[in-house]
Design a protein around this ligand. Structure first.
Ligand code: GLU
Length: 448
């Protein structure tokens, strides 16, 4: 009753924030056995306090385009939960960004970050700015204006933004430059995903994708299986999908399907050569809206305007593009295809009913994004450590720590589900483990 009541109250209060409500519902339901075992949470109004961000900063971002026209966008930074560490999470620059999307991402980030085992709280930000077709000068001026509004709210011990969709190394560079210009101090621990020349970490660009593959390997191991020879379908062809392609190829698997907003590609041979992987990276940098050029270049099939969910010639599916990529109809096709592994990678890529449906299907193992994609922010936390110590670790050191982190996240999830009598349930386990850590800190820090 406590969970349902809280969700009902939130639905009344935030009826215009569907993504946020979906994320809350997913976490609270998945963590139900833990919440039920702790009646003191209700007394402390813990669920409502968890669902309410500590702070939502909204600001205007005014900039001038190359034609001299003044443009106005809206920027956000949601400092969701700082109980276990400074707020940490990416910035998303995308046309459709709104308060609901930023809030859902901040909420998810809180539990994901807790799962990494590192001291980072949850935050997220962004702007309704569409980076496509913008010149380098326009991007720089936008980033400078964005940081001029944001800099007073962030800092290495307060809130540490990073990249997300539409924000990569270039944008982080301009954001950091402006922060430094305004603050005067060289505080490079204020942002992660930086270039190597001013304190960025090796492996950070690949970390989310690499981490996802390390996690996948643990799931396969549990089934007495390996990644060797496996065909993987990945939605998207951004930073995360690219990291998956690279690591999967290195370990003997191959990505045979991937997609973009324009349709999907089927490459039977797999995206497994350095040439193909480099082409993907270039294609994304030059045009994040179209993956068709890959088909032209490498002579494989492109299907316009469609998604590949439900194809029969894959062993593993990894949605790695955007939220709500897979709906109930897709989920039914996936179940009918006989695929065994459904490994979420993007934040909330599955519509709630679709996720519940897949979780109930026999023969499909479902892994939740907040565990699978935690390696990205995990390596960001390692970047923060390196900045604090004013040194940089080697590639082997970071890759080794990332792998260890993913194994620990997987093991903690398995253990948490077992502890609450749920058997092998990676979705419930990750939610319980992440929730537990944040809840403990909030309970110990007192009522506020
Ligand atoms: N945006 C990424 C995520 O969703 C990375 C955040 C970070 O590195 O702080 O976790």
């Amino acid at each position: 009753m406590y969970i349902e009541n809280t969700i009902d109250q939130l639905k009344l209060k935030y009826e215009n924030e569907p993504e946020f409500l979906q994320a809350v519902e997913e976490v609270f339901h998945a963590a139900e056995p833990l919440i039920k075992a702790h009646p003191e949470y209700e007394k402390a109004d813990l669920l409502m306090r968890m669902a309410e961000p500590e702070r939502m900063i909204r600001f205007k971002v005014v900039w001038t385009d190359d034609k001299g026209k003044v443009r106005t966008n809206v920027g956000y930074r949601c400092q969701f939960n700082g109980a276990i560490g400074p707020y940490k999470g990416g910035l998303r620059f995308q046309k459709n960004v709104n308060e609901s999307i930023i809030k859902f991402l901040g909420f998810e980030q809180t539990f994901k970050n807790a799962l990494t085992g590192l001291p980072i709280g949850g935050g997220k930000g962004g702007a309704d700015f569409d980076p496509s077709g913008k010149s380098d000068g326009e991007i720089m001026r936008f980033c400078q204006s964005y940081m001029s509004a944001l800099y007073r709210y962030i800092g290495p011990d307060r809130d540490v933004p990073a990249g997300d969709m539409g924000v990569g190394k270039r944008e982080i560079g301009y954001l950091f430059g402006q922060y430094r210009r305004l603050k005067g101090n060289f505080e490079n621990g204020v942002l992660t995903g930086k270039g190597l020349s001013y304190g960025g970490s090796l492996i950070r660009p690949e970390a989310t994708g690499y981490g996802a593959v390390y996690y996948l390997c643990e799931v396969l191991k549990h089934e007495n299986d390996t990644i060797e020879g496996k065909r993987i379908g990945v939605s998207g062809y951004g930073n995360v999908a690219w990291g998956i392609m690279k690591k999967a190829a290195e370990l003997g698997g191959k990505v045979t399907y991937f997609s973009g907003p324009d349709g999907y590609i089927h490459d039977e041979d797999g995206v497994d050569t350095p040439e193909k992987i480099a082409f993907i990276e270039k294609m994304r940098r030059e045009d994040p809206m179209h993956c068709e050029p890959y088909a032209k270049k490498f002579g494989c099939r492109f299907v316009a305007g469609e998604k590949f969910w439900g194809v029969r010639d894959v062993d593993i599916l990894m949605p790695a593009a955007v939220q709500n990529d897979v709906d109930l109809e897709h989920a039914e096709k996936i179940a009918a295809s006989g695929v065994k592994y459904y490994i979420e990678v993007a934040n909330m890529p599955t519509v709630y009913e679709a996720l519940e449906y897949l979780r109930k299907c026999r023969g499909i193992i479902v892994a939740p994004s907040k565990a699978v994609n935690a390696g990205g922010v995990g390596v960001s936390a390692l970047e923060m450590s390196q900045n604090a110590e004013r040194l940089s670790w080697s590639e082997e050191e970071i890759d080794g720590r990332l792998k260890q982190m993913m194994v620990k996240i997987y093991e903690a999830s398995v253990k948490a589900a077992e502890e609450y009598g749920l058997g092998y349930d990676l979705v419930a386990g990750a939610n319980i483990a992440g929730f537990k850590k944040v809840a403990e800190a909030m309970m110990e820090e007192g009522i506020f």
